[in-house]
Structures are given as structure tokens and as C-alpha cells.
Design a protein around this ligand. Structure first.
Ligand code: SF4
Length: 226
């Protein structure tokens, strides 16, 4: 194992035992104890979810927060819900994933040139983390980015992730979020705005597959992959 993998493993090890946010510690267990009927009987992860992907990633995909019945159930970032279906299919079309689905930690998914994580690594009630919870979790983003030395582009899913990435980078004035928005960070990386592929956005047509593909095409272009 190389130094980069070791550094990422150390971050992940700290993430999975983190208890900095009491409200979220309680919520991640509560939702696991009362799953919806479609997940009845499943053993939930019910811990914070570390980042997942390729240590040589050039594209970092940042989501809002761990989903109560997605990552909090499966134990892998952006896995096991409708958002994961849309995102993984797009990563596959962009040549960044070996398969188009992400349903469980043992499903064989491998990312090449990409890393996925959420700005808040525990599930928040109503998908709404507080500013304090966001700030508690941002150091893990910093630590992962320090380890992922090849990352050139951050694709931020939704305004919350865009804002979290802007704060983490110290971008001032704060750039405005938009689908396809671009901002150059003080660390030289580019962050790209993308509407969140939540069921709400995809079912209403606010975000379509061509729109998602356009963002990842741009990300790959900026990241300089062949
Ligand atoms: S949201 Fe982040 S900082 Fe808060 S308990 Fe979970 S892992 Fe820790």
C-alpha cells in the first residue's frame, strides 16, 4: 500500500468513529432502527461514511450529506438510492466507473480517476445539516484533498456542496452556485456546480441526463484525462 492509500485509510478510520455531531449520531442510529418496509430486516451501516474511489483521482465528486437509507444503509458514499443510480450511470458514461450501478459495498464498483464523498458524512434529518455540522465535517474534506494530490476538479452536487467546497477552499467572495458554474480555488483546483441528482430534481426534469453528462464531460476535460 502506498503513502496515499495509507493517508486515505487514516482519514477513513477517523471518519467511521466520529461522534462530533450529537444530533446526527442519534439520527443515523434512529433511522437504522426503523427502516422503511423495502429495507426491513437489513443491517444498516449506521456510522459515518468515508469517501470512496480511486486514490489517483483527478475528479472529486462532493455530495450534500449521507442519505439515511443510501450510504447510511450500505456504508459506501453515494450508494444504494436514486441519487446513486443517476450519479453512477453518469460516471460510467464519462469513463470514470467500471459499471453503471452502485447498490452495495460488495457490488464490484470501481472508480477510475474519480473519488466520491459527502460534505456531511452522517445523515441529517430532512437532509438539512446545520452550519455547525457542516463545519464539523469539513476537515475531513480537507484531509482527503490533501491526500488526493492529483485532484484537479471538484464536481459539487447542489448548492450546499458548492458552498461547503467554497468555504473549505477559502474562496472569497463566495462564488454563486449554478449548474455548470465554475470557480478557480486558491489551491488551483476548479470547482464545478451541478444540480443535485436527487429524485426531486430528476423526476421534475430540473436535472436531465444530458445536463449531468455535460458537467462530467467538462470535469474530465478540465482534469486533463485522455
Ligand atoms: S457529520 Fe461528520 S463531523 Fe459530524 S459526526 Fe458525522 S462524520 Fe463526524
Amino acid at each position: 500500500m502506498g503513502a496515499r492509500e495509507e493517508a486515505l485509510g487514516r482519514v477513513g478510520g477517523r471518519v467511521v468513529v466520529c461522534t462530533r455531531c450529537p444530533r446526527l449520531v442519534a439520527w443515523r442510529r434512529e433511522v437504522a432502527q426503523e427502516p422503511p418496509p423495502r429495507f426491513a430486516g437489513e443491517r444498516y451501516w449506521a456510522r459515518p461514511v468515508p469517501g470512496f474511489g480511486d486514490p489517483a483521482a483527478r475528479v472529486y465528486v462532493l455530495g450534500l450529506a449521507t442519505a439515511a437509507h443510501g450510504g447510511n444503509r450500505t456504508g459506501r458514499a453515494l450508494t444504494g438510492n436514486s441519487t446513486a443510480d443517476w450519479l453512477t450511470a453518469a460516471l460510467h458514461r464519462a469513463g470514470l466507473a467500471n459499471q453503471a450501478t452502485s447498490v452495495a459495498r460488495d457490488d464490484g464498483l470501481r472508480l477510475t480517476g474519480a473519488w466520491t464523498a459527502s460534505a456531511v458524512r452522517c445523515p441529517p434529518p430532512g437532509n438539512r445539516p446545520t452550519p455547525q455540522e457542516r463545519d464539523h465535517c469539513l476537515p475531513y474534506l480537507t484531509e482527503e484533498l490533501d491526500a488526493l494530490a492529483d485532484v484537479a476538479v471538484l464536481v459539487t452536487l447542489g448548492a450546499f456542496a458548492w458552498d461547503a467546497a467554497s468555504r473549505q477552499a477559502g474562496l472569497r467572495p463566495r462564488p454563486a452556485f449554478g449548474h455548470g458554474a465554475e470557480a478557480v480555488r486558491p489551491d488551483g483546483r476548479v470547482q464545478l456546480g451541478c444540480y443535485h441528482p436527487s429524485r426531486q430534481n430528476t423526476a421534475t426534469g430540473l436535472l436531465t441526463e444530458p445536463m449531468l453528462d455535460a458537467v462530467f464531460r467538462r470535469a474530465v476535460e478540465l482534469a486533463g484525462r485522455p
